[in-house]
Design a protein around this ligand. Structure first.
Ligand SMILES: Nc1ncnc2c1ncn2[C@@H]1O[C@H](COP(=O)(O)OP(=O)(O)OP(=O)(O)O)[C@@H](O)[C@H]1O
Ligand SMILES: [Mg+2]
Length: 325
């Protein structure tokens, strides 16, 4: 459905997208996961034919997006990174204008608007001005707006960034439903690890314009060779000492902003006990220890050496966002 070959975008001397190749099949939910500035929007914009690649090719449904972007777009729904609902129009009017733009027949459009408002959980707000909506409501309205012409493919650039968990969950449910019931292929970008893990059949991890990993969440965990993950968190100043203790036990630790993390193949519980003793012996104050199966956060940390943190900067809460050291 979507075929991207050796896609490159340079802005002067700076290479924002550096040779991305990927294929997305019908019915997939594919997630392009990467931190701020990784090149997600630049990639999406080239896929949409909105931006000319420096080199490489993009085919969507067999259409060359450089040669015939308008034809390619007939079959696409797009939700851009910036919110673009019309604040002076009601929810219903936002959808109806867009439908007319796409020449959706009038009688069909009315039914469709009802269905879409229902899908977005906005039926009660059909006649309210979009300008009065919360961020989550606007995002949901935009998402269903992109579906007004029944596209086979939906592109979403960070559909849930900045939303609280309730709204994020609503957007996820909406996307799952259209994927399942209408077999809409979805390509979304995200900086939320949890979102990629839960929502996407396959994930491409993008960092500095390069696709550094590609596969199902399970494949990514497997490919990185991670086993049970042990984490010890402490004051930033103490992390080097803790990492030393990990190394003495033959582990290969990664240091994030407030924790040391390593993958343990054999006897994780026994290793954990010994590790706590070893760390205690260094007189360092441990804030918490934990053991879990590898998550996409761990995969990202392993691949990039970049830390993973949530919006508040603490590790305890959700949702998680990637950050840089
Ligand atoms: N028009 C432009 N001119 C120059 N540099 C640009 C331009 N557009 C993007 N860039 C740079 O290219 C890099 C990738 O940007 P892009 O917007 O694709 O990242 P992103 O992954 O979408 O990030 P975010 O999560 O912040 O949206 C960034 O370093 C950005 O500053
Ligand atoms: Mg972006």
């Amino acid at each position: 459905m979507i075929e991207v070959k050796n896609l490159v975008k340079k802005f002067g001397d700076f290479t924002a997208v550096n040779g991305i190749t990927l294929e997305i099949k019908k019915g997939e939910i594919f997630g392009l996961l990467g931190p701020n500035g990784a090149g997600k929007s630049t990639t999406i914009n080239m896929l949409l034919g909105l931006m000319k690649p420096t080199s490489g090719s993009v085919y969507v449904n067999g259409v060359d997006m450089q040669k015939d972007p308008n034809k390619g777009k007939e079959n696409l729904g797009v939700v851009t990174q910036e919110t673009v609902v019309e604040p002076e129009l009601t929810a219903e009017q936002n959808l109806s204008i867009f439908g007319r733009l796409y020449h959706v027949p009038k009688d069909e459009l009315e039914k469709k608007i009802g269905f879409l408002l229902d899908l977005a959980d906005l039926k009660a707000f059909a006649k309210s001005y979009a300008g009065t909506f919360s961020g989550g409501m606007k995002r949901r309205l935009e998402t269903v707006k992109a579906l007004v012409h029944d596209p086979d493919i939906l592109f979403l650039d960070e559909p849930t960034t900045g939303l609280d968990i309730q709204n994020r969950t609503k957007v996820w449910a909406l996307l799952r439903q259209i994927n399942k019931e209408r077999n809409v292929t979805i390509l979304m970008t995200t900086q939320y690890l949890e979102e990629a893990d839960q929502m996407c059949n396959r994930i491409g991890i993008i960092d500095h314009g390069k696709l550094i990993a590609l596969g199902t969440p399970a494949e990514l965990r497997q490919k990185t060779g991670l086993n049970t993950i042990i984490e010890v968190s402490a004051d930033r100043d103490d992390l080097a000492k803790i990492a030393q203790a990990f190394k003495k036990m033959g582990l290969d630790p990664e240091i994030a902003s407030n924790k040391v993390v390593a993958s343990v193949k054999n006897d994780p519980v026994g290793t954990m006990e010994k590790l706590i003793k070893a760390v205690n012996a260094t007189k360092v104050k441990i804030q918490s220890v934990s053991m879990h199966e590898p998550t996409i956060d761990d995969v990202f940390l392993k691949l990039t050496g970049s830390e993973v943190r949530d919006e508040t900067g603490s590790y305890a809460g959700r949702p998680m966002v990637m950050g840089r050291r």
